[in-house]
Write a protein that binds this ligand. Structure first.
Ligand SMILES: Cc1cc2nc3c(=O)[nH]c(=O)nc-3n(C[C@H](O)[C@H](O)[C@H](O)COP(=O)(O)OP(=O)(O)OC[C@H]3O[C@@H](n4cnc5c(N)ncnc54)[C@H](O)[C@@H]3O)c2cc1C
Length: 505
C-alpha cells in the first residue's frame, strides 16, 4: 500500500493503458479507481473460455519479453514481467498456397535469409538489405515520450546510425516495400491487408525484435499479463470496478471533476484519465465540446486499423507438428460480408500453450479482418437470428479451408465460436470495432498524438488512440507521460521505479 498524497484519479477503461496508468498513479500516491464496462479487465488484451478451450484474441508478440531487451525495464515499472514464461517460436508464420508453394518466415535472421536466398537468389541484394535492416532495427532504442532531451540523449545517440534507415522505411508503405522482391509469397507477406498500408518500419522492426528474442509470446496469453498487473494494482491499494460503464465525463468551469456512470452514479475525482476509445471519449462522454481543428482533422481523416471476425475452434487433435501461425492463400476467396472478401486465411495453432487446451487437444483461431463493422453491428441489433446464420456461414468457410490442409479435421471439432466486429464494439467500445486504433502510415512518424484536449483541464487521455500503431506497449508508453504531467502540475514527486517509495514533494 502506497503513501497517499490526498488526491484521487479516476480512470475510464481497464484495458492495458488504463491498468498501466493506475499503477503509475498509485506509485505516485494517488487514490486510483478504474471503471471498466466489461465484467473483466483487459479490453482488447482478452481471451475467453469455451468448454475446455481458451481462445486468445490479442497476443502474438510482446515487445520487451527479453529480460535484457528493449522495453523490458518499462514493463517492470508496471508489473513483475519476469513471472511470465515466454516462448519464441522458430517460425513467425508459414505462408502456403493451395498448389503447395510454401514460405517460412523465420524469427531468426540467419534462417530467414537462407530461406529467402534459396527461393529467390535473383533478389540477393534486396534480401541482404532487408535482413540487414531487420538486424539493425532489432537494436532500436525507444525514446521515453515522457522524457526530455537530457533523459533521452543516450538512446537517441544509440539510434543515430539507424536514422537514415528509419527515414527511408518510414516513407514507404508495406505495399511499396513488397514491390522490391520478386518472390510472390514474400510480396504478399509485406502487402496483405493493413500490413500493406502501414509504414514498412512496422513489420521490419517487429521482425528485428523477434530476431533479438524480444517479441515473445507469454504462456497464458494476454490475460496472464493483465492478471499480474491487476494483482499489482490491488497490492498498491487501487480499485478496479467492472460492469461500470462511464456515460459522461463531468466538467465544471472547464475542469474535469469526475464521471457519471450509466447507472446514474457519480464518481468524483481530482483528475480524470480516459483510457477508453478516443472517439467515444471526445464526442460522446464530453459531447464534442473540447475539440479544435487539429483534433477534428485527426478523427475526420486518419485511417484506423480494420475490425475483425474471429473464428475459434476447439479441436480434439494434437497439432503440435503445425507452425504457430499458418496463412493459407486460397484460390476461391471467402466472402466475409457484402463488402469484404479474403483469399488469405491465417490460423494460429496454440499447441505451444498448454493452458489453452487439455493434452492432445488444440485451440485454433482465425482472424478475418473487415472494415464493414456496421454490417455486423446492425445485424446483431436488428436480426439476431440472421446474425447467427451469418456467423455459422463464415465458420463453415474457415473450416473448409482448414480441412483442405488437415484432412479429417471436421470430426475433431468440439467447439466452434465466432466473434464479430459487433463483439469488439460491445466488449471494448472501440470505434468502428478497430483492433489497434490508428494505422501507423508512411510519413506519419512514430509520434504520439496530443493527450490533452483544448480548453479542458485536469483531464488526460492514454492508450492506443494516442499512440498510432497501438499494441500493448502503447499502454505504458502513453500512461507514463500522462501521470508524469499530472505529478508535475500537482507538485508530486514522479517516482515509479520497480519497487519505489512514493513521496510527496
Ligand atoms: C486481433 C488482435 C491482435 C493483436 N495482437 C497484438 C500483439 O501481438 N501484440 C501487441 O502488443 N498488441 C496486439 N494487439 C493490440 C492490443 O491488443 C491493443 O492495441 C491494446 O490492447 C489496446 O489497449 P488500450 O488499453 O489502449 O485499449 P482497449 O484494450 O480498447 O481498452 C479500453 C478499455 O476501455 C473500456 N471502455 C470503453 N468505453 C468505456 C466506458 N464508456 N466506460 C468504461 N469502460 C470503457 C473497454 O471496455 C476497454 O477495456 C492486438 C489486437 C487485436 C485485436
Amino acid at each position: 500500500m502506497m503513501k497517499h498524497n490526498g488526491r484521487k484519479i479516476v480512470i475510464v477503461g481497464g484495458g492495458i493503458a488504463g491498468l498501466c496508468a493506475a499503477v503509475y498513479a498509485l506509485k505516485c500516491g494517488y487514490e486510483t479507481e478504474i471503471l471498466e464496462l466489461h465484467d473483466m479487465a483487459g479490453g482488447l488484451a482478452m481471451s475467453w473460455r469455451r468448454g475446455p478451450y481458451t481462445f486468445e484474441t490479442c497476443l502474438h508478440w510482446l515487445i520487451g519479453s527479453n529480460p535484457h531487451g528493449e522495453f523490458h525495464e518499462q514493463w517492470k515499472e508496471v508489473f513483475d514481467i519476469d513471472r511470465l514464461k515466454f516462448i519464441n517460436p522458430r517460425e513467425f508464420v508459414r505462408i502456403e498456397t493451395e498448389k503447395g508453394d510454401c514460405l517460412r518466415i523465420y524469427t531468426n535472421a540467419d534462417l530467414l535469409e537462407a530461406e529467402l536466398m534459396a527461393r529467390a537468389p535473383q533478389d540477393e541484394e534486396t534480401i541482404h538489405d532487408f535482413i540487414h535492416s531487420m538486424r539493425s532495427l532489432g537494436k532500436f532504442k525507444m525514446l521515453d515520450p515522457s522524457g526530455n532531451l537530457a533523459q533521452n540523449w543516450l538512446p537517441m545517440l544509440q539510434d543515430v546510425p539507424m536514422f537514415p534507415l528509419l527515414r527511408r522505411l518510414g516513407k514507404m508503405s508495406g505495399e511499396e516495400y513488397a514491390q522490391r522482391f520478386s518472390d510472390p509469397l514474400l510480396r504478399q507477406f509485406f502487402s496483405t491487408g493493413d500490413v500493406g498500408r502501414l509504414t514498412a518500419i512496422a513489420m521490419v522492426l517487429s521482425l528485428g525484435w523477434m530476431n533479438e528474442s524480444n517479441a515473445g509470446y507469454c504462456i497464458g496469453g494476454s490475460q496472464a499479463m493483465i492478471r499480474l498487473i491487476e494483482e499489482k494494482i490491488r497490492s498498491l491499494g487501487g480499485r478496479i470496478r467492472c460492469k461500470a460503464r462511464v456515460q459522461q465525463i463531468l466538467v465544471e468551469r472547464d475542469l474535469a471533476v469526475g464521471v457519471q456512470l450509466e447507472s446514474g452514479e457519480r464518481v468524483l475525482a481530482d483528475w480524470v484519465i480516459s483510457a477508453a476509445d478516443g472517439h467515444a471519449t471526445i464526442f460522446n462522454m464530453l459531447g464534442g465540446k473540447y475539440v479544435d481543428p487539429t483534433i477534428r482533422k485527426i478523427y475526420d481523416e486518419r485511417n484506423t486499423f480494420a475490425s475483425y471476425l474471429q473464428v475459434s475452434l476447439g479441436l480434439a487433435m494434437n497439432l503440435s507438428g503445425e507452425p504457430a501461425m499458418l496463412t493459407r492463400i486460397i484460390e476461391d476467396p471467402i466472402r466475409i460480408d457484402p463488402e469484404t472478401e479474403t483469399s488469405h486465411v491465417a490460423f494460429r495453432f496454440f499447441h505451444y500453450d498448454p493452458t489453452f487446451a487439455p493434452p492432445g487437444k488444440t485451440a485454433v483461431t482465425c482472424v478475418l479482418p473487415t472494415r464493414n463493422h456496421k454490417y455486423w453491428d446492425d445485424m446483431r441489433n436488428s436480426d439476431p437470428a440472421q446474425y447467427r446464420i451469418e456467423k455459422a456461414r463464415v465458420a463453415e468457410a474457415v473450416i473448409n479451408v482448414l480441412e483442405k490442409r488437415i484432412p479429417n479435421i471436421r470430426k475433431a471439432i468440439e467447439v466452434i465460436d465466432v466473434s464479430t466486429p459487433a463483439s469488439v464494439i460491445r466488449y471494448t467500445g472501440n470505434w468502428k470495432g478497430s483492433m489497434e486504433g490508428w494505422l501507423m502510415e508512411p510519413g506519419g512518424g512514430i509520434k504520439p498524438l496530443p493527450n490533452t484536449l483544448p480548453g479542458l483541464g485536469r483531464f488526460m487521455m492514454v492508450g492506443q488512440w494516442i499512440m498510432p500503431g497501438g499494441g500493448l506497449p502503447s499502454g505504458p508508453m502513453t500512461a507514463r507521460p500522462a501521470i508524469k504531467t499530472i505529478c508535475r502540475q500537482d507538485h508530486v514527486l514522479f517516482d515509479v521505479h520497480p519497487e519505489p517509495e512514493a513521496a510527496v514533494a
